[in-house]
Design a protein. Structure first.
Length: 360
């Protein structure tokens, strides 16, 4: 949806949704919840959307939010931090293998549970639907790949949306209950906001975004900004920090973009399917926490950092949690980004291989 194609009704819905989100964020700040500027908008928007309120998320705002968060995270990758992350390549590789195996297990379990219970699905459609619903990748990217393989995209999208929602709501509160924060030994490369430097940073990261879009890469607004800022910071170039109010606004619009997915139609989408996704998501979070503890023993990093790095949530949501609570932002970002790239690259070839194996 372009800027000029927004109808007055869309403007009204978007404005009212943002007002609700802002009020919810302020309430969460007052209550002292973790990551209030994302949790508040996410919960409030989800609730009113499920009840049938005409909420709306304007896509350019969501993109801008991802652009800001990607830039803010890239500022943590100083040369010293880059060397630390590079030394953890084997741990990141283990995290990728773990995510692929977990997704395969989730998909296989869903296929077994729903065999004969999803009307209108052929065995091939059931296989593709459950496989891509289980893959721990980006919701939109997995849905597009699933569509090419003949899956029911509404079920795939619903599975990813619900899993991300549950992880985003559960993990930050678990961290707060655990009492961990402030583990980052090194702050971002700069904490000073320089107007001219911020403008240059915006222009350079926008160029990265446009390049990623032209190359048709996943999450171009997040990944393009992140990669450009990482390259600058790793080269010891410091232009400006991101203002706190801008980071908060970015978290707010990302929370809104997640919340508006949960409309009344979503609730009525195969209740048995959603219940099984919710159950499996809880199990996956527990298994990932156990895997994170094992990695912590092997790497010497704090378990909280690796819980966020291996959690089956979205990159932006887990990285925001790490940023706000200062829980090893570069490590969490590296784990999540590498996992996403690997899953997007490998998910479809692995599915084709498994399909040929089943037919043989």
């Amino acid at each position: 949806m372009s800027f000029f194609s927004l109808r007055p009704a869309s403007w009204t819905r978007t404005a009212l949704t943002l007002q609700l989100a802002s009020a919810a964020a302020q309430l969460c700040v007052w209550l002292g919840t973790p990551i209030p500027w994302m949790i508040g908008p996410l919960v409030a928007t989800s609730l009113v959307s499920v009840l049938g309120a005409p909420t709306e998320s304007w896509i350019p705002l969501r993109n801008a939010g991802q652009w800001v968060i990607g830039t803010a995270l890239g500022l943590y990758f100083t040369p010293a931090v880059g060397a630390l992350v590079a030394s953890l390549w084997w741990g990141i590789a283990l995290g990728i293998v773990w995510a692929l195996a977990l997704g395969l297990g989730f998909g296989a379990w869903m296929r077994r549970v729903h065999a004969g219970h999803l009307s209108g699905l052929t065995p091939a459609q059931l296989r593709s639907t459950t496989y891509f619903a289980g893959s721990i990748g980006g919701a939109s990217e997995m849905t597009l790949i699933a569509e090419r393989q003949g899956a029911r995209t509404d079920l795939v999208a619903a599975a990813h949306s619900l899993r991300v929602l549950l992880v985003t709501l559960t993990v930050p509160f678990a961290m707060q209950f655990w009492g961990v924060s402030g583990l980052d030994a090194l702050p971002p490369a700069t904490r000073a906001v320089q107007v001219s430097g911020l403008l240059w940073l915006g222009l350079l990261t926008l160029a990265g975004v446009l390049l990623m879009r032209r190359l048709r890469r996943a999450n171009p607004w997040f990944m393009g900004a992140l990669l450009v800022t990482m390259l600058l910071t790793l080269s010891d170039v410091t232009l400006s920090a991101i203002p706190g109010w801008l980071s908060a606004a970015a978290q707010l619009v990302i929370g809104v973009s997640l919340g508006v997915r949960f409309n009344p139609a979503f609730v009525h989408t195969a209740p048995r399917w959603l219940a099984s996704v919710a159950f499996a998501s809880g199990v996956m979070m527990g298994l990932c926490a156990g895997f994170a503890w094992l990695l912590a023993v092997l790497t010497g990093l704090h378990p909280a950092t690796l819980v966020l790095g291996t959690a089956p949530g979205g990159i932006a949501e887990m990285a925001i949690t790490a940023k706000v609570l200062q829980l090893g932002v570069p490590v969490v970002t590296a784990f999540q980004v590498c996992r996403l790239v690997a899953v997007l690259v490998l998910a479809e070839p692995v599915y084709r291989w498994l399909s040929r194996k089943d037919k043989a």
